[in-house]
Design a protein around this ligand. Structure first.
Ligand code: GLU
Length: 476
């Protein structure tokens, strides 16, 4: 969606990379080695549909194999092309390094509008694509592990996992060949919400440091902040839902494919989501004003702007008019390199994609570990933990009795304290920890180095540093 005179998505990522490495002391050879995509495989395959053969074009790009398997989603969209897949694969490398998920970066895509096919047709197409990739180890538990991305979800991942298992009947770790599977097909609790949850945790961490809040010219906490979300897909929906239901944010604008809904009193995300599912768009939603010109809503006054749809939506044509002091890139690459420069000069704080949307791959990592260990998280400890907590509660209640019941434990405390952590609680805890630590590493670089003025550069510095030391240790 970038405008004329702007670099392509991949060039944009390279420009941001170059800005960061110019502040590092890397040997030029290593710099080049890290920047380039190792390989991009293009496949054209035919599927017989509706009485004739249709040819599809798909890609799987591997950016960096400094750690294996390589990891990254598979996208279904008409706009998929080699440049985009390579840009996204590069971002996966940096993303995984930043959140310490032990993977190299990869990405896949299929040029298709999934809405034009029924479920059975999509299954045929997905299985055939998976077959083509698995045949070349581009789907493999120890080599290359795809996941959902735009236009794909649990359903497609289940087909891919099954296709791989059929081709590798004796592989005991077959389920670990792909993540983002449904729970009943080897998935993990909390994967669907993970990216949106990660956006929430990222903002919570941002608001824990007065310096960061001040940099954005803001005050206070997340409570009461106004938010505009672009894209109410899996990521945007969960981010908006959690921010409004749990953190007190007011969602004042939602931009979708067919236009936008605005409401200064706040939009109920559940209701709007239901409306979209039923009517195919936001038009006609009764609880707010509708405008067909969705892009204009990106420019409305709000505290936090959450682009959660496509790349390149904030570009040279609109960057100057963006008013939000804080942007969190829930999508990959929503701000072009040119727009990034304009926004930086304006003092807008941008929480960059490689960090902001890393919640998905983080929980994918947990799912992969779960698949390889063949046991659900919490299965061994949960009841033991509850029994030990029960001991403490019993003892305290004895004590209370002995003191004439002058104090008691509230039922709410008892209920919360006694409950042992199941898989969902553990996944959320692991994700929260990951998002906090990764943010803190960016924050340290941002505030401590005078030559680093923005979080994106800080994120690149931290992640490139990690990739570089991994290459150095291996002795390239
Ligand atoms: N497609 C997601 C991303 O861009 C998730 C990747 C994964 O879980 O491997 O980060």
């Amino acid at each position: 969606m970038s405008v004329k005179n702007e670099p392509t998505f991949r060039e944009s990522v390279d420009l941001m990379f170059n800005r960061a490495v110019s502040l590092m002391d890397l040997p030029p050879g290593l710099e080049e080695k890290i920047r380039v995509c190792n390989a991009t495989y293009t496949v054209r395959f035919g599927v017989r549909l509706r009485g004739h053969i249709q040819t599809f074009t798909g890609y799987r790009s591997v950016h960096s194999e400094h750690m294996e398997p390589v990891k990254g989603g598979i996208r279904y969209a008409n706009s998929v092309n080699q440049d985009e897949v390579e840009a996204l694969a590069a971002l996966m490398t940096y993303k995984c390094a930043l959140v310490e998920a032990p993977f190299g970066g990869s990405k896949g895509g299929l040029c298709i509008d999934p809405r034009e096919y029924d479920e059975h047709e999509l299954e045929q197409i997905t299985r055939r694509f998976a077959y083509e990739l698995a045949k070349r180890d581009l789907i493999h538990p120890s080599q290359n592990v795809p996941a959902p991305d735009m236009g794909t979800g649990e359903r497609e991942m289940a087909w891919i996992a099954d296709q791989y298992a059929r081709m590798n009947t004796t592989d005991i770790n077959a389920k670990a060949c792909v993540t983002g599977k449904p729970l009943n097909a080897g998935g993990i609790a909390g994967r669907v919400e993970a990216t949106g949850r990660g956006v929430q945790y990222a903002l919570q961490e941002f608001f824990r440091d007065a310096r960061d809040i001040e940099q954005a010219g803001m005050q206070g906490t997340l409570d009461g902040k106004t938010v505009v979300v672009q894209g109410l897909g899996n990521v945007g929906y969960h981010a908006a839902k959690f921010l409004s239901e749990e953190d007190g944010c007011k969602i004042v604008g939602v931009i979708e494919r067919d236009g936008a809904i605005t409401n200064d009193d706040g939009i109920n995300i559940e209701n709007l989501r239901e409306w979209i599912i039923k009517h195919g768009g936001v038009k006609g939603y009764p609880d707010g004003s509708y405008t067909e010109n969705g892009a204009a809503v990106l420019e409305t006054e709000c505290d936090i702007l959450v682009p959660a749809a496509m790349e390149g939506v904030i570009n040279l044509s609109n960057a100057e008019r963006i008013k939000a002091p804080l942007i969190i890139e829930a999508a990959n690459g929503p701000v072009t390199a040119g727009a990034d420069e304009i926004l930086r000069k304006k003092g807008t704080v941008i929480i960059p994609d490689m960090y902001a949307n890393a919640g998905g791959v983080t929980v994918s990592y947990f799912e992969w570990v779960k698949n390889l260990s063949h046991i659900r998280f919490g299965r061994m400890q949960r009841r033991q933990e509850e029994a030990r907590h029960q001991l403490v509660v019993d003892q305290l209640e004895e004590l209370s009795k002995a003191m004439g019941n002058s104090w008691t434990l509230t039922p709410d405390f008892k209920q919360k304290y006694l409950r042992g952590a199941g898989e969902l609680e553990l996944v959320r805890s692991g994700l929260d920890d990951t998002m906090r630590i990764a943010y803190q590493s960016m924050r340290e670089t941002w505030h401590e180095r005078e030559d680093v003025q923005d979080l994106r550069t800080a994120a690149y510095l931290v992640s490139i540093g990690k990739v570089a030391s991994s290459y150095r240790a291996k002795g390239l």
